[in-house]
Design a protein around this ligand. Structure first.
Ligand code: GLC
Length: 550
């Protein structure tokens, strides 16, 4: 493993409340998660990203905190959390937590104090305007569910700014006290032993909001400050950020100090996510080839985080209207599957018609592309969504562990569960669960274990450079390669349905070890690279050469 552990990590994200309930109250908890660490270690996960863990009224699934220095009592205590960090470390798993400091809950004591009086010591911690700002109805993140970004607060007798829901007042980053507090929050959790943070809504935490100005200035230096602070406190801590902005703006988030990144270490690749969806919908890799070509060059230490699904909707806002409609037609044909005029609230397996071959192809492709793969809980067993639940809750149902009642997630009465378990149809827990797949070496779960083990033997994917192999290939096929100090891997993914043969003879002079290390089936001896067979929706990961003995 290279020095930068995050480049070769496999990140798995989960909500504690829907993962495993140890005390039968219907809500997942930290002790339940500790009991599942062996499962995660066996899967090959090396880093857990926990969605918000703080006390919260839960009006936005925890992304509305009332105390940044504690864990939600429904999940356990700080003691339980410290135990989780210890137990995870014993299994070689690092833990990062969501840092949601763009805003607080409106029930946070800081906001309660701030609104109570203009003389409150916390008044300036939030963003106020005495008059109605002209941009009141601009910049909403949740169109359809949110109609303004400035709301009048009767108690405060002033307007306050909220980039997200009205119950999430934005903190004022122009205030040095707020900046100092955020550093203190980070120090606290680093001191407890977290390996870093998934930073929520980063383009907004650097905004110096001016009432009436929808394009308020941004202070990127704040990110430099946070990076320095974190690195002094824990040298190997990582910042993984959500910054869903135009690609040409991304380099500024990584920062560049003489060629080395000095702000965020890792950014989620939202652009690639949209292009992956488009490529899968069209069964044509063209959008990915463009994506690989147009990727901004990263500074040293900068890394992409790739994903197919996360806890939010699939955000297609960076595609053109025509492209978005193509994805909708394939993956979100019903109005009910779509959300916020830009996305789809579904999991991957149902979008791909529960076709095992396509699910494998999609994940093999994601995990072979440059960057660090992030996997959402439940995807490894092919869970589905529950569209009868509101908004994004559709994809936040409890983990399906077994055939037992409530999918083995909890022993509580079903009506007490934090969210209903999927118990009907092709994705019901009676069909899709960990126990069933554990016993079946051909299951999707067994495949994920194998695929992740293979990935971890190919460090060039995470740490090397990835390029499109520009040779004539049959329609539907993507050929790409990853090169690093450890050697070279070549990947073929057939997004189309036809069986094909690919001519990779131009690579023959480099190939001292052309073997399949992962494929959708046994293709037999690889032999010459001039006619590599590939079935419809098939894939082959080929080790071309290895430059270090193993
Ligand atoms: C991020 C989270 C999302 C949340 C929002 C507000 O976009 O991913 O789930 O609703 O921030 O905190």
């Amino acid at each position: 493993m290279g020095d930068r552990w995050y480049s070769e990590a496999v990140v798995y994200c989960l909500d504690i409340d829907t993962y495993a309930d140890s005390d039968g109250d219907g809500v997942g908890d930290i002790r339940g998660l500790i009991g599942r660490l062996d499962y995660l270690a066996r899967l090959g996960v090396t880093c857990l990203w926990l969605h918000p863990i703080h006390p919260s009224p839960n009006r936005d699934d925890g992304y509305d905190a009332t105390d940044f220095y504690n864990v939600d009592p429904r999940f356990g205590t700080l003691g339980d959390f410290a135990e989780l960090l210890h137990q995870a470390q014993n299994r070689g798993i690092r833990v990062i937590i969501d840092l949601v400091v763009n805003h607080t809950s409106d029930e946070h004591p800081w906001f309660q104090s701030a609104r109570s009086s203009p003389d409150s010591p916390y008044r300036d911690w939030f963003v106020w305007s005495d008059t109605e700002p002209a941009d009141r109805h601009q910049g909403m993140v949740f169109p359809g569910e949110q109609d303004e970004t400035w709301s009048y607060d009767r108690t405060a007798k002033a307007w306050f700014y909220h980039r997200f829901y009205k119950f999430q007042p934005d903190l004022n980053f122009a205030n040095p006290k707020v900046r100092a507090e955020i550093k203190k929050i980070m120090s606290f959790w680093l001191q407890l032993g977290v390996a870093g943070f998934r930073m929520d809504a980063v383009p907004f935490i650097i905004e110096l909001t001016e009432p009436g100005n929808p394009n308020s200035p941004k202070d990127f230096e704040f990110l430099t400050e946070l990076r320095q602070h974190v690195q002094w406190r824990r040298g190997d801590a990582v910042l993984l950020a959500e910054a869903n902005v135009e690609p040409d703006q991304l380099p500024t988030f990584f920062g560049d100090a003489g060629g080395s990144g000095n702000r965020i270490h890792m950014l989620f690749d939202f652009m690639l996510n949209g292009r992956l969806m488009l490529a899968l919908a069209r069964q044509d890799p063209e959008s990915l080839i463009e994506g690989l070509r147009d990727t901004p060059k990263l500074p040293v230490g900068g890394q992409w985080a790739t994903f197919l699904r996360n806890h939010d909707e699939i955000d297609l806002s960076r595609l053109t209207t025509e492209q978005r409609n193509q994805v909708y037609a394939q993956f979100g044909p019903d109005e009910d599957m779509r959300i916020y005029d830009r996305g789809i609230r579904r999991r991957l397996a149902p979008m791909l018609g529960n076709d095992r071959r396509r699910v494998e192809l999609a994940y093999a492709l994601q995990f072979s592309l440059r960057g660090t793969p992030v996997l959402r809980y439940g995807e490894e067993i092919g869970m589905g969504e529950d569209l009868s639940l509101p908004g994004r809750e559709a994809i936040r149902t409890p983990m399906q562990w077994s055939y037992q009642p409530n999918a083995g997630f909890s022993t509580a009465d079903p009506e007490k569960l934090v969210r209903p378990v999927i118990d009907k149809g092709d994705f019901g827990y009676q069909t899709v669960n960990v126990t069933a797949q554990r016993g079946d070496p051909k299951s999707l779960l067994a495949w994920f274990e194998r695929m992740i083990r293979t990935l971890r033997e190919a460090p060039e994917i995470g740490s090397g450079s990835t390029t499109h192999i520009d040779v004539p290939v049959p329609a539907g096929v993507l050929a790409h390669r990853a090169d690093g100090p450890t050697g070279t891997m070549v990947f073929l993914h057939n997004l189309g349905t036809d069986d094909v043969e690919v001519d990779l003879s131009t690579l023959e002079k480099e190939a001292d070890l052309p073997i399949d290390v992962l494929a959708d089936r046994g293709y037999g001896e690889l032999g010459k690279l001039g006619a590599v067979k590939l079935t419809g929706h098939g894939y082959r990961w080929i080790r071309l050469c290895r430059s270090q003995p193993f």
